[in-house]
Design a protein around this ligand. Structure first.
Ligand SMILES: *Cc1c(COP(=O)(O)O)cnc(C)c1O
Length: 431
């Protein structure tokens, strides 16, 4: 297992994160737990800020809170000068519960409900990312009722899709998100927006995918969008103040992925934006970014206790842990790969080929297929790295499994950010 951030192997041959011995953490907090390296989260925010502040551009970075959200994360984002992207009233509520500046919240989603829209307007959310023509009318009505106007961006579908190392351009993109440039829907929405009494159109947004390595897809989308912006700025009395290019920066889950050089990628994108602005004679808009995974992904590690080891001779050995698809759905959902280690045997040779299974009643509840670990024994602590993004936030109560607790570690201190769910918590809404 590659050690991320402030992780080391300590004198007891234990995994140590943020100055805390992981085996000790499991003694104090039991298992399963998510351990977050707070300094690594802050460091990732600062890497984005550094490149952008040196670029000379006006910019704003939002953390895409769907990757992992809790009060402690909101506080950290506030301290690190990050905005927040939310996709629901629940995420807004969580952010506002610790008095996050509502002006720095951006509201996304392809089906914002009327009550969510009212809630966002009432709380002076900084920006709506408009996703459909229906939504324009809904927001307009809500604004009229509240006698307030709102800032917005129009989400575009640039016909570019990126997945890890490849990107594809598609003519008419089949996506539930955004308004299509090619088929004229984006223009239709734009025309309604510039006539709107209450919606203040600031510019445009696109997000072409997640876990992306390389900048070709983003640059292709920038070309497409600048071309479009130049045609509308020629034909309508409109000036693009903001261009939001989404998130999607890849992280290193296993040796198959690279440790993505965010600085190089951002500089490449920024250069391309500056060149496009000259080429299309468009004043450089403010650059907005919304990374999620790259902020918290590598900072999270899950610790489990190994409960059973079952060897099926000639087939495989199942090492089962006290969590599973309830705290990590990504393996069963899309075959995600991970690196694992035994946190109390970090210096032992990884000699055994095993499959790590969860404890849920689904044969598909596998956490890592065919991984090498040292000889495991019941009671060992299994560490799975890179579980900081889209794990806790996708956790479920399948099989009535309580959601694990989340522990933040930093400089030799640990604290509970989210308590383990109790059985009482799980049944409290039942009547
Ligand atoms: C999910 C999402 C992001 C964040 O994506 P990451 O891959 O986590 O960086 C940003 N913007 C939008 C619109 C998204 O849907």
């Amino acid at each position: 297992m590659k050690l991320h951030g402030n992780s080391i192997i300590n004198e007891s041959s234990h995994l140590e994160i943020g100055g805390m011995d992981c085996v000790d953490l499991t003694t104090v907090y039991s298992t399963p737990i998510f351990v977050y390296d707070e300094n690594l989260i802050r460091q990732q925010c600062r890497r984005f800020h550094k490149v952008l502040s040196e670029s000379g551009l006006d910019y704003h970075i939002s953390y895409a809170s769907k990757a992992f959200l809790c009060k402690e994360i909101v506080r950290i984002m506030q301290e690190e000068n990050m905005g927040l992207d939310v996709v629901s009233q629940g995420e807004m509520f969580n952010a506002l519960s610790v008095e996050f500046d509502s002006k720095s919240i951006h509201f996304h989603g392809n089906n914002k409900t009327p009550s969510e829209i009212d809630y966002a307007i009432k709380n002076n959310i900084g920006c709506f990312v408009i996703d459909s023509i229906d939504e324009i009318y809904k927001v307009e009505k809500a604004c009229a009722r509240a006698e307030k106007s709102v800032n917005c961006l129009l989400r575009l579908t640039p016909g570019v899709e990126a997945h890890t190392h490849e990107f594809i351009t598609t003519g008419n993109e089949d996506s539930k998100f955004g308004m299509n440039i090619d088929n004229g829907e984006a223009l239709k929405a734009f025309k309604i927006l510039i006539e709107s009494e209450y919606l203040n159109l600031k510019g445009f947004h696109f997000h072409i995918g997640s876990q992306i390595f390389g900048t070709d897809g983003t640059k292709a989308a920038i070309n497409k969008v600048f071309d479009w912006m130049s045609s509308i700025e020629t034909n309508y009395p409109f000036k693009t103040e903001v261009l939001n290019i989404g998130g999607g920066f890849g992280i290193r889950y296993t040796a198959e992925d690279i440790s993505y050089p965010i600085e190089d990628a951002l500089n490449d994108i920024i250069l391309h934006l500056k060149e496009s602005s000259v080429f299309y004679s468009i004043d450089m808009p403010q650059l907005w970014l919304e990374p999620g995974r790259s902020i918290v992904g590598e900072a999270g590690t899950t610790l489990y206790t190994i409960g059973t080891i079952k060897e099926i001779p000639g087939i495989r050995t199942y090492v089962s842990v006290d969590g599973g698809m309830t705290d990590n759905i990504r393996t069963s959902l899309y075959g995600a790969k991970y690196e694992v280690a035994i946190a109390n045997k970090m210096n032992d040779k990884a000699t055994e080929l095993v499959t790590i299974a969860g404890k849920c009643c689904e044969s598909g509840d596998i956490l890592a297929r065919d991984v090498k670990i040292p000889k495991a024994e019941v009671g060992d602590i299994l560490a799975m790295s890179c579980t900081g993004a889209y794990h806790y936030s996708m956790a479920s109560n399948y099989n009535h499994m309580p959601k694990p607790s989340v522990i933040f570690v930093k400089d030799g201190q640990s604290k509970v950010a989210i308590k383990r769910e109790s059985y009482e918590d799980m049944i409290k809404n039942q009547v």
